[in-house]
Design a protein around this ligand. Sequence first.
Ligand SMILES: Cc1cc2nc3c(=O)[nH]c(=O)nc-3n(C[C@H](O)[C@H](O)[C@H](O)COP(=O)(O)OP(=O)(O)OC[C@H]3O[C@@H](n4cnc5c(N)ncnc54)[C@H](O)[C@@H]3O)c2cc1C
Length: 365
Amino acid sequence: MGSATSWRLAERGAQVTCFDRHSPPHTFGSSHGESRITRTAYFEGPWYVPLLQETFPLWRELEAASGAELLTLTGALMIGPPSAEAVTGSLAAAADHGLDVRLLKADELRKTYPGHIVGNRDVAVLDAQAGFIRPEAAVDAMIGRVEALGGEIRRGVAVSAINRRSGDVEVVTDEARETFDAVVIAAGAWTHELVDWLPLTVERQVLAWFAIDAEADWLTPGRFPVFIRQAHGIGDVYGFPSLDGLSLKIARHHEGDATDPEHVLRDVADSDLDPLRRYVKTRLRGVTQRVIRTATCMYTNTPDGHFAVGLDPEDPRVVVISACSGHGFKFAPVIGDIAADLAFEGHTSRDISHFSLTRFQQAGA
Ligand SMILES: Cc1cc2nc3c(=O)[nH]c(=O)nc-3n(C[C@H](O)[C@H](O)[C@H](O)COP(=O)(O)OP(=O)(O)OC[C@H]3O[C@@H](n4cnc5c(N)ncnc54)[C@H](O)[C@@H]3O)c2cc1C
């Protein structure tokens, strides 16, 4: 979110300085692990759809400027019983916005996508405007644009305080104190260090790459859309086509332990992998039980699962972004542009009413 904000600000001619306690793209936060799903028929809420529609041309703009391949369209399957939220919510968002989706029954699903083992009552919504983004390459491309436009990336520099003063905003780091007209805080799982009044919780997440059978050509990006499936007894599982022809990545959505960014357990245990092994065995065809790679990552969750984006209620020169809850990456270009609106203009024309920073106080959360 910080790279995206800096990119969108730099494109508008702002003089941008970006501080990161690590050296992005890196593997310590929330934006690594090869791939992130993007889709349009958004079951989390139809109000996300106009924002999502803005992201596709912005990803293409970034690809053109950087020469990097960032967005691959594969379509997305939301699989489950007809009552699954991913199914009903996607259909509702599609109906609201006239989106290109199809509802597949079990027979058609088996025939068209043999990688999925489904029960007779399972259905799937196929969302056409969907696929995956390469997060490390995207962060790198955004930072590259910032630098090309004259901005500065300060790597390995942690911000310890932000002081709201009468004429400017002071950023305090281990190295110095510097002043700016406006500051955007996008500190992911570390947000509580700089914004202690947002009720955010950090959740450990495990990603696993399973070896695939040599003949399983139905698992390639052209034949295997990204997917989210409500899997009875395991929770929601999502996955990607094989990007290397050797392995396929899957993970559970949520179901992780509470953690904090400085003490997150990086080692992956059998207890992390067993539910995924069960999933592979019972629901995927052509995928073996052999795990060839794992990664850990963090979700930063709000109580209602929607983002928190807006002006600091006490100081309109400070913008706060927590766009995660496990589904933020796909929005990065538009969230970055919204943050640029807020930092430059103090308001945005996009509907961000669902992301209000103060809604938790109002709800008494
Ligand atoms: C396993 C996993 C799978 C996901 N899958 C999807 C998906 O399929 N689709 C999707 O859309 N989203 C997905 N998400 C969510 C998405 O990745 C996040 O919404 C997004 O990465 C959040 O970005 P961020 O900028 O908030 O956090 P980060 O990328 O972690 O960035 C925060 C940055 O702030 C820096 N920082 C922190 N504190 C300070 C400080 N005091 N001073 C200086 N720098 C500081 C950190 O070093 C870090 O670089 C997934 C997340 C995870 C973990």
